[in-house]
Design a protein around this ligand. Structure first.
Ligand code: AIR
Length: 209
């Protein structure tokens, strides 16, 4: 898996990924799927700050979009873990991820998948933790297939469904931050500062007006 155009780094205590280029096809990755788009030779030790957000994605092909999510989590200093888990192709891995989520200290799960996107639903079926679903746009139907599969959950097993693609990826991180900020006053301050900076960045008039 060397030379695939991405790398793992440690920054402020957690594992993160950079330079996703989406160039890897399905089937790539290590045995566990953990950070599988990275060169295992440079995988860092797992974070010394326990992840509170668990991100799962159905395929390495979702990684580039989900980089938008991890970038926001990093900005807000929220430790996360990330795994490629498919409800269809790697059901045992998905089950293992969700069934151990509480004991690993996760507080929120973000699940991203495209096409017939059952991953968020499988996560929600396996835990009482809040699950946020991010439908990937994919090649077919403009992502409507993933949107409907993610949001139309039967009553009893809710998935908080975000918008499609990168907007949903960013909003999943912000929604996770809002949930976590309820019991973390320092994170609440960071989230409010983020929102203020976002507001400040919006010009009152378009250029040239
Ligand atoms: N997928 C993978 N297993 C189950 C599903 N629904 C999704 C991935 C990806 C899409 O199928 O989340 O968005 C296409 O995957 P790939 O690996 O063929 O690029």
């Amino acid at each position: 898996m060397g030379g695939i155009g991405c790398r793992c780094c440690r920054r402020r205590g957690w594992t993160w990924l950079s330079r996703f280029d989406g160039s890897i096809g399905p089937g790539g990755g290590d045995e566990t799927g953990l950070l599988s788009i990275c060169d295992p030779g440079i995988l860092p030790a797992m974070s010394d700050q326990s992840p509170v957000v668990g991100i799962v994605m159905g395929s390495v092909s979702d990684a580039q979009t989900m980089r938008q999510c991890t970038a926001v989590l990093e900005q807000l200093d929220i430790p996360y873990e990330l795994k490629v888990c498919s409800a269809h192709r790697t059901p045992k891995r998905a089950d293992e991820f969700v069934s151990t989520a509480v004991e690993r200290g996760l507080k929120v799960i973000i699940a991203a998948a495209g096409m017939s996107a059952h991953l968020a639903g499988v996560m929600a079926a396996g835990t009482h933790l809040p699950v946020l679903g991010v439908p990937m746009k994919g090649e077919l139907m403009g992502g409507m297939d993933a949107l409907l599969s993610t949001c139309n959950m039967p009553k009893g097993i809710p998935v908080g469904t975000m918008s499609m693609g990168s907007h949903g990826a960013v909003n999943a991180a912000l929604f996770a931050a809002s949930i976590l900020a309820l019991s973390d006053p320092e994170l609440e301050k960071r989230l409010l500062a983020y929102r203020q900076a976002q507001t400040d960045a919006v010009p009152e008039y378009p250029p040239g007006a």
